[in-house]
Write a protein that binds this ligand. Structure first.
Ligand SMILES: [Zn+2]
Length: 113
């Protein structure tokens, strides 16, 4: 399952951050994930919960924010959201577009106690 790899990546990033803050406990994790990564939030939450069981991250809550894929047309310069991976400008139908994001995966916020 794709989400297990993503969950492992998130846990690795959190552990890196928490390595610099020993003695603190993570309550909530806000992750930002690009639409391009095509994560199923429920599957990711399930994988995260399973993988953090009996670790320092046990009982921490995962809050997932999906960032839509956007692009800018190189012909008419308009910005638009890409839906269903249709790589065509909806205004002028050019395929000469620059994709802005959709591949991000990062921790936006960590709530610790
Ligand atoms: Zn265009």
């Amino acid at each position: 399952m794709h989400e297990v790899g993503i969950a492992n990546e998130i846990i690795r990033i959190i552990n890196d951050i928490m390595g610099e803050h020993p003695g603190q406990k993570v309550d909530k994790v806000k992750v930002v994930i690009g639409e391009m990564i095509a994560v199923v939030p429920d599957s990711l939450t399930f994988a995260y919960t399973a993988l953090t069981e009996n670790t320092l991250l046990q009982n921490s809550k995962l809050d997932i924010e999906i960032v839509p894929l956007t692009a800018r047309c190189n012909v008419c310069s308009r910005k638009f959201n890409i839906k269903e991976f249709e790589m065509t400008c909806p205004y002028c139908f050019s395929q000469d577009i620059a994709v802005n994001n959709g591949n991000e995966l990062y921790i936006k916020e960590l709530e610790v106690s």
